[in-house]
Design a protein around this ligand. Structure first.
Ligand code: ATP
Ligand code: MG
Length: 416
């Protein structure tokens, strides 16, 4: 028989990895909540236009990165490649634009048809936040500081650097695009195929190229920061000032862009060197044009999304907690009698595994392997005396007591 495999770039999350994902998401939701960002859940698939309209037909994501399908009603649907468009769509549908500002957090799987490699999957998970309805650059400082606190809570901030840039307003970007294209036109022979294509479709995205030759060419490219309008310049300076006030270290990277037209002003990425070339673990920016593209009124937005899979790869330690109690019958015939005890114990809040097979020493071996703190053992002698044997697995000490007393002891030792 040939084993059935999972789809390329689509991974199972086994408990030791999933526990890290859960920890990341739990921390994210908790910190976001403190910043008054409320959790929202949006569909995993939407009408394609939710994603294609904002991206514009030139976008790379539209061209090759998405999972599109027709359902039985012939509607064109797409597995979501990102969260922001869905959140803004949901916000508009719920009529919340009358009630701004609104702050949201979300998490869940995203889908992109990419070339799978370390840290780059076809199904991956993001945790993200969006702040809608605040035009002031104060919101940019707020979301960056929320990202910073989130990474700090995971003890990862030491290995992560913050890069920021400004794309300016619409006019700044039109002016800049022109000089960038003029500059890159001199290197048409050397540019990678992708970048050459982007030269006519989405030139800003070339700044994001991972190709070494492109990167070299870009070193001397004109800087978007030299083409900012006065207003955009002041906004960017204010964001930098806010980060300085918070003692958040950053570097300005003139080549940091988000490839989509609705992004403006602040863009930022938190990057680590520990994951090879897939080092961006959290990325975001301001997207004031998005709500209008989705058919709503003009509402500003700024937010970010963190790659949960990449963050989990940075986390060394395991988050699997041990087991409180290993429940053991001396002989196989005692197994059934363990179930009422199991129910009592879990109702008291303990984490319990019944060990069904093997002789006593094998069962105790298993209890140690699962890092149980205690074993409760039931045998003939215990049954006749209506007691159990409670064994402390770290000290080895044992006592014969009633279940009620055992629970009291366990509560003192395990539930603080
Ligand atoms: P990259 O430059 O790595 O392709 P991106 O600009 O496409 O990233 P965003 O759309 O900004 O990424 O998504 C935010 C974050 O989600 C990224 O910084 C990354 O951590 C994570 N991410 C994006 N695509 C993938 C993927 N295919 N697999 C795993 N994580 C991903
Ligand atoms: Mg990408």
């Amino acid at each position: 028989m040939i084993k059935i495999k999972s789809v390329r770039g689509v991974h199972d999350l086994l408990p030791n990895v999933l526990s890290k994902h859960n920890k990341i998401i739990e921390n994210g939701l908790k910190i976001a909540e403190k910043f008054c960002y409320s959790q929202i859940e949006i569909p995993i698939f939407e009408f394609s236009e939710v994603f294609t309209k904002p991206l514009g037909i030139s976008s790379d994501i539209v061209i090759k990165e998405n999972y599109v399908f027709k359902d039985r009603s012939n509607d064109e649907l797409m597995l979501r490649p990102e969260g922001t468009s869905g959140v803004v769509r949901a916000f508009l549908n719920a009529g919340l634009s009358q009630d701004i500002p609104k702050r949201f957090s979300y998490f869940g799987p995203m889908f992109r048809y990419e070339r799978p490699q370390k840290g780059r999957l076809r199904q991956f998970k993001q945790f993200g936040i969006e702040c809608l309805g605040i035009n002031s650059s104060m919101a940019d400082i707020e979301v960056i500081s929320l990202g910073y606190e989130f990474l700090k809570s995971l003890n990862l901030i030491e290995d992560i650097n913050l890069k920021i840039n400004s794309l300016g307003d619409f006019q700044s970007r039109i002016n800049y695009k022109k000089v960038l294209v003029d500059y890159l036109n001199n290197f048409k022979q050397e540019l990678s195929d992708d970048s050459l294509r982007r030269l006519s479709t989405n030139p800003l995205r070339i700044l994001d190229s991972k190709n070494d030759i492109d990167k070299k060419i870009l070193l001397n490219a004109p800087s978007v920061l030299d083409y900012l309008s006065q207003d955009a310049k002041i906004r960017f300076e204010t964001v930098c000032e806010g980060l300085d006030t918070l003692n958040i270290k950053y570097s300005v990277d003139k080549n940091l862009v988000r490839g989509l037209d609705y992004y403006c002003h602040t863009t930022f990425e938190f990057i680590t060197n520990n994951l090879g070339s897939q080092g961006t673990v959290l990325a975001g920016g301001r997207y004031d044009g998005l709500s209008k593209i989705l058919g709503g009124i003009d509402i500003s937005g700024v937010g970010w999304a963190a790659g949960v899979d990449r963050l989990a790869m940075m986390m060394e330690s395991e988050y699997i907690n041990g087991v409180d109690i290993a429940l053991i019958g001396q002989l196989e015939k005692h197994n059934l009698l363990l179930f009422p005890i199991l129910i009592d114990l879990i109702n008291e809040g303990f984490k319990v595994e019944i060990i069904y097979t093997g002789n006593i020493s094998k069962k105790l071996k298993r209890a140690n392997k699962i890092r149980a703190s205690y074993a409760i053992i039931l045998g003939e002698e215990e049954l006749t005396k209506k007691i159990i044997k409670l064994k402390n697995l770290s000290s080895g000490s044992e006592e014969l007591i009633t279940l009620v007393n055992a629970i009291k002891t366990l509560k003192n030792h395990l539930n603080d």
